[in-house]
Design a protein around this ligand. Structure first.
Ligand SMILES: *Cc1c(COP(=O)(O)O)cnc(C)c1O
Length: 389
């Protein structure tokens, strides 16, 4: 495969993949897409990915914090934006002035918002999150009636319009888990109670990526997709293959090659010892770049993560350092400066983020979101540049 050079070391994000994934999710779900761009778009770059998602047809953007939502606006991103994580310093007035939908999780939240909206002449936009079984944020069932009553009173006072009611699954990556049915039923109960209190939210939403793909009954008025937007599988092992394209490729140059003889030990703790003559390569990425130290564990060399060099998988040997890893080249001597594919789409010459997740005992979300540190990020657009050939 004829690939253009991806540069010295860093993260390459293909915005065409994000755009295509947005289109695919919109078509698969059959309802509007809320593109989740929190945590710097899971490490992919918030503003660029927000634009690509909108180009791909995302009707809404969503962030966790109020500050992230304001950062989108500050970067010139228009269109509907939802956020849901409120802190003591969250500027509700600025968010409302910027046309951002806030989320309230309690009567106290609504009271704080009402105070912040005091000088407004038009209703702010507020959504209500109900807890249906995650026990994270969201209004607990025992408080639904009080919150809905307070929310309706605020509508009648012209303080806000309740634009949405929503919730979040705990187990949607396990489609047969009984919690999914229970949560969806609880959500329907909450919607019915909201209606009894006179609320008419235009946007009722429950599903994130896994349920958007696997659970049609949970799609309601919109789906909130994060990981699938970036082309990664929200529920590995389940029937989620709708043709998503991983957007992120991480590469580094091969810095050095050296010979080892039997008995030579590698890296801190000398946990890996060569049993036969081999060559090893030095790759300048470590936990300072977000490479999990758990990618190579003492006594489990066969479980170590790999990288791709010359189209071959090269396992990490010994402990992951802050700045570097050592990989087994099995006697080969690739030229210095050879491109090391840390991870990327299947077919990019190395492992996938999912492969790394399995080696590290985590989920693909964590692999891409934590990657960064000293690495630069670059955007390409394969619809324009032809990166995918
Ligand atoms: C992160 C998040 C999402 C997106 O989840 P994915 O599994 O990445 O699609 C949706 N809703 C809420 C409340 C979230 O915190």
């Amino acid at each position: 495969m004829d690939r253009p050079s991806l540069g010295p070391a860093g993260i390459v994000v293909d915005l065409a993949a994000v755009r295509a994934n947005a289109r695919l999710l919109r078509a698969t779900a059959g309802v509007p897409l809320i593109a989740v761009v929190k945590a710097d778009a899971y490490g992919h770059g918030m503003v660029a990915c927000a634009g690509a998602a909108q180009e791909g047809g995302a009707a809404w953007l969503a962030t966790a914090t109020v500050e992230e939502a304001l950062a989108l606006r500050a970067a010139g991103v228009a269109g509907p934006v939802l956020c849901w994580l409120n802190g003591p310093a969250s500027d509700f007035a600025a968010a409302a002035a910027a046309g951002i939908d806030l989320t309230a999780h309690s009567v106290a939240d609504l009271d704080a918002m009402a105070a912040a909206f005091a000088g407004r002449t038009t209703p702010a936009r507020v959504q209500l999150k109900v807890d249906t079984g995650l026990s994270r944020n969201g209004v607990p069932r025992a408080a639904w009636a009080d919150v809905f009553a307070r929310a309706r009173a605020g509508e009648e006072a012209g303080t806000w319009r309740i634009t949405g009611v929503w919730s979040h699954f705990a187990c949607s990556d396990e489609p047969d888990h009984p919690a999914n049915d229970r949560q969806e039923q609880a959500f329907r109960d909450a919607l019915a109670l909201a209606e009894e209190h006179g609320l008419r939210p235009e946007l009722r939403h429950l599903a994130s990526s896994a349920a958007a793909i696997l659970r049609p009954s949970s799609r309601f008025d919109a789906v909130r997709c994060g990981i699938a937007l970036y082309g990664l599988d929200p529920a590995p092992g389940e029937a989620t293959d709708i043709g998503l394209l991983p957007a992120m490729t991480v590469t580094a140059p091969l810095l050095a090659v050296k010979d080892l003889v039997p008995g030579d030990a590698v890296s801190y703790g000398q946990h890996w010892v060569a049993e036969q003559t081999t060559t090893v390569g030095l790759v300048p990425v470590g936990y300072g770049e977000g490479i999990p130290r758990s990618a190579s564990r003492p006594g489990a060399p066969d479980a170590a993560a790999t990288v791709g060099i010359d189209g071959k998988r090269r396992p990490i040997r010994g402990t992951v350092c802050m700045d570097q890893v050592v990989v087994d080249l099995g006697g080969d001597r690739p030229p210095l400066g050879s491109e090391v594919v840390v991870f990327g789409p299947a077919g990019a010459g190395g492992p996938t983020a999912q492969d790394w997740a399995e080696a590290c005992g985590t989920i693909n979300y964590e692999i891409v979101t934590r990657i960064g540190g000293r690495m630069s990020r670059r955007y390409v657009d394969s619809e324009i540049d032809g990166v995918r050939g």
